[in-house]
Design a protein. Structure first.
Length: 228
């Protein structure tokens, strides 16, 4: 009787071990940047969704903090903040958000249904077009820059910051923004972005050739339509 009982205990231990085994990390460097955002979460993580007009004024966002779910080209991102960006033409065109003081509307999300509620509220796309990662330590910043260079080659110096670089990879429809002075880097699918300009509070205005910044903002926030 002892031998079958021992076998049962060992089998149970194996099942428990397997059930507690960590899931394979999502390597952000391998994303196509058109994935459905709901497939990118471990719903036991601390997830929030909504808008942040200071950090990402033109995107609906989902943030995951201190998660072991993600890596970047093999670098674990356990102790940092990962933010996924979704486009919403409705949100970008809504002047109540973009006039006056910046709005911050973030709620906790624990289920796929919760994700869908945020998407529906802001009439956002269900797929991501980019992500940003907070990087604070000098060691992490150096490692990320090393991996970015390995993946995309030598970057272009960002004239607006002391140590920033960017990669505008037209053939790959990628725009990568490395902003260590502001503790983050951003990777965007540039398919539907401006081909001449980019602007945000951390990277400043980048001119890819022929940038008209007024026209850029008019198109980003549909201002011409409002002026008619």
């Amino acid at each position: 009787m002892i031998k079958p009982l021992l076998t049962l205990i060992l089998a149970s231990a194996v099942l428990v071990s397997c059930s507690q085994a960590p899931k394979k990390r999502i390597d952000l460097a391998r994303l196509n940047l058109n994935e459905k955002v709901k497939t990118l979460f471990n719903y036991t993580d601390a997830i929030t969704g909504g808008i942040d007009m200071v950090e990402t004024p033109s995107a609906v966002i989902f943030e995951v903090d201190n998660s072991s779910t993600y890596s970047f080209n093999g670098i674990p991102l356990d102790t940092t903040l990962v933010t996924f960006q979704l486009n919403s033409a409705h949100f970008r065109a809504d002047t109540t958000y973009h006039d006056g003081m910046g709005h911050f509307e973030i709620i906790k999300v624990k289920t796929v249904s919760g994700v869908n509620k945020v998407i529906d509220h802001y009439k956002a796309d269900s797929v991501i077009y980019g992500f940003r990662v907070r990087i604070k330590s000098k060691q992490m910043k150096a490692r990320i820059l090393q991996e970015l260079t390995k993946l995309y080659g030598k970057g272009t110096k960002n004239p607006n910051t002391d140590h920033g670089q960017y990669w505008n990879l037209k053939a790959q429809n990628r725009l990568i923004l490395y902003a260590p002075d502001y503790d983050n880097f951003v990777v965007l699918n540039s398919t539907n972005l401006s081909k001449t300009c980019y602007q945000d509070g951390m990277n400043g205005t980048l001119d890819f050739g022929g940038c008209n910044i007024d026209q850029y903002f008019d198109e980003l926030y549909f201002r011409k339509k409002h002026k008619q």
